[in-house]
Design a binder for this molecule. Structure first.
Ligand SMILES: [Zn+2]
Ligand SMILES: [Zn+2]
Length: 408
């Protein structure tokens, strides 16, 4: 069977957001068509207990609220920080970890205590003074349970393994002998398979796409997701499918929407009166012409550095998407995706389609939507479905790209 998974999220414990109720998450999952969702922050002890209390196991390693079909998978994000022998600065890289059960989480919490790590936030740090120590930590995590999976998160963003801050040429510099255990990577919002496919180190790995959301809003949950083929909807089958690259499709942001796509500085920075960003001809020393400070290299240019034009990529199916509520809002010239008119239209559409994913994958959109919603909104939905949208200006320095639908 084919299922839609979104395996990277955060709870209120990751900072910046209030409490997020699992019942709200489940409601949004149904509307979006997400079958399995990563819990976020499952390593943080108060979160672990919250999940244990609210969810019960419905199939091996998947959990649900009572009388509710939405399924959750135990997931956290951690930040590995270490010192590589050949690098001056510390290397810091975000990773997802998936767990098959609570016992494995408790064992990992024990390990963190042994290593002297603080486990006081939703997305904890795992630090080490040098690379061999981190390699050992990774093996200790893997040895907890053969179905634990460590996945480099949003690989190209500044905090990702291949991000510009780390400036690595190859994954082996970071993982050493642990590298064969890295089988899956997350593309992140600022990159898509087309940009990553010619990077030799990633060629054989499975690409997954997740929302990395910090909210249960309809334009956050499932804004990126992965369709996979599984024998059964349970944790062992999902991990097996991911390891064997049984991905049938990833749904991605247009990378130009991602907040780290181009190199630049936003207008709000010190000594700035305007936005500065570069599509081409980036200053070689990366010094910002406006404020004189160093810029981080955007994902677009970072990918180019790592690509090998002779790399023969494996085929990967993916589509670019914009969350439906954002498309509706744009078609009505509304700024807020939660305004009454937008939500009413969204609900009308959801009476026709079983989920938003079903809508995007339908080839009868026009017929089904005709007469139910305004023609302008239908046209915008059709334009997004056929990829007729751009982000201008594109994202840079933490700002999302600005959506323009059907403009070319
Ligand atoms: Zn992250
Ligand atoms: Zn600047």
């Amino acid at each position: 069977m084919q299922i839609a998974v979104d395996l990277h999220s955060h709870s209120g414990y990751a900072g910046g957001v209030g409490q997020i109720e699992l019942s709200d998450v489940s409601r949004a999952m149904k509307l979006k068509g997400i079958d399995v969702f990563g819990t976020g922050d499952c390593l943080f002890p108060p979160r672990t207990e919250e999940l244990r209390k609210q969810l019960s196991e419905v199939s091996s390693g998947l959990f649900s609220l009572s009388h509710d079909p939405s399924k959750f998978l135990l997931q956290t994000e951690v930040i590995f920080s270490t010192k590589l022998a050949h690098k001056k600065n510390k290397t810091i890289a975000h990773h997802l970890i998936f767990f098959p059960d609570y016992i494995s989480i408790y064992k990992m919490q024990k390990l963190m205590k042994k290593w002297g790590m603080k486990n006081t936030i939703g997305r904890p740090f795992i630090t080490s003074t040098e690379q061999p120590e981190m390699e050992e930590q990774l093996f200790e995590i893997r040895n907890i349970h053969p179905l634990i999976e460590v996945v480099p998160a949003h690989v190209m963003t500044p905090d990702g393994i291949f991000g510009s801050k780390n400036d690595l040429d190859e994954l082996i510099e970071f993982y050493g002998s642990f590298l064969p255990n890295i089988r899956i990577i997350e593309t992140g919002l600022s990159a898509d398979p087309a940009m990553l496919k010619k990077i030799p180190d990633l060629k054989k790995l499975t690409f997954i796409s997740n929302s990395d959301c910090h909210s249960s809003a309809l334009n956050r949950i499932g804004r990126e997701f992965t369709m996979i083929n599984v024998e059964d909807a349970d944790y062992p089958n999902i991990i097996d499918s991911l390891r064997k690259n049984k991905v049938s499709l990833t749904a991605e942001f247009n990378p130009a929407e991602g907040r780290y796509f181009l190199t630049g500085h936003r207008a709000e920075r010190k000594d700035h009166t305007q936005n500065v960003f570069f599509k081409e001809d980036i200053p070689a020393d990366l010094i910002c012409p406006e404020c004189g400070r160093k810029m981080f290299l955007g994902v677009h240019q970072r990918c180019k550095q790592l690509q090998d034009i002779n790399c023969k990529p494996i085929p990967r199916k993916f589509m670019h998407l914009v969350p439906l509520v954002e498309v509706i809002a744009a078609s009505m010239d509304m700024k807020s995706v939660t305004s009454k008119k937008v939500i009413q239209t969204f609900e009308t559409i959801m009476n026709i389609f079983p989920s938003e994913i079903a809508l995007w994958r339908s080839d009868r959109l026009e017929v089904l939507l005709d007469k139910c919603i305004p023609p302008k909104t239908i046209n915008r939905i059709l334009a997004v479905q056929s990829g007729d949208f751009i982000f201008d200006p594109p994202g840079f320095d933490g700002i999302y790209g600005k959506l323009k639908i059907g403009v070319f």
